[in-house]
Design a protein around this ligand. Sequence first.
Ligand code: KG4
Length: 338
Amino acid sequence: MSITILGIESSCDDTSAAVICDCVLASNVIASQKVHEAYGGVVPELASRAHQQNIVPVVSEAIRQAGIKKSDIDAIAFTRGPGLLGSLLVGTSFAKGLAMALDIPIVDVNHLHGHVLSHFIKENEDSEVPEFPFLCLLVSGGNSQIIKVDSPYRMEVMGQTIDDAAGEAFDKCAKVMGLPYPGGPYIDKLAAEGDATRFKFSKPHIPAFDYSFSGLKTSFLYTLRDEVARNANFIEENKKDLSASLQKTIIDILMDKFALAIKETGIKTIAIGGGVSANSGFRNRVQEFAGLHSLKAFIPKRSFTTDNAAMVAVAGHFKYLNKDFCSLDLPPYARVSV
Ligand code: KG4
């Protein structure tokens, strides 16, 4: 008997709903909130209001596109955290209400587990998925973590950032260059035409598998400050080289520790996930590294790198198999590690 899960994601600024049948994708609808662009970052109150407006049409559309009836759904999986509390409350409350109406169980999902398990979203029956254990480098606007994934239920964080996340480094440096928010994709585009060897920015010396990106951010800022003092048009004239050099440094930092963890554990299957894993330079470097060291690499489709409900539904699928349901009085949480 097949298992049909409706996933709901509302942790930040994307309202998303997806339907999966035995982990095979039937629909994945995402409504991105443009309202934040004018503010250079996500405004929590505006995000909650937009989720409130989007949630009913997004869920209805996901069910319609999947070609199922509400009565076909076996369980509803929702992101419980981490994220913005007001945003999470919208998805959590909606999931509970719909589950009560349909008299089906609900499954709470840790958003970060969703990113890691996004590699189990199948486009069709034959889609290849990672074997356990695998090492996942999860890089987003809020997290940079190396995770040893022993099973869908057992994940160990081997290392993580002690300050900024990789995505924050992209976004904050992009902001000082006058690029729109979020800056990561703009840096990615500019970097493709720039000289990555032109500027040198500082790299951290942090023990074990942990990351730090705040020193790089400061070094980037100081370079701009000194150069702009000499030439007011410096940023405009050097955007491509600055982007390429910054991107290369971020990827170097990410890959140095990831390589160390791969060597230490001897694990041969690796994966990346989270918003920054959409970065072209990063994707190429991981693929190259895997080829060089005879590793199997799982690089997510770009549509599964950013927040989406398909990954929440898949994480929910695994919990459903264990009958790991949650009660209707479970509150969302803003912060948690894997
Ligand atoms: O996982 P995600 O969608 O959500 C948060 O953690 O908020 O990640 C968003 C992050 C942002 O920092 C964004 O700039 C970054 O992912 N990002 C990228 C690219 N696409 C998204 N960074 C670099 N290159 C990209 N192509």
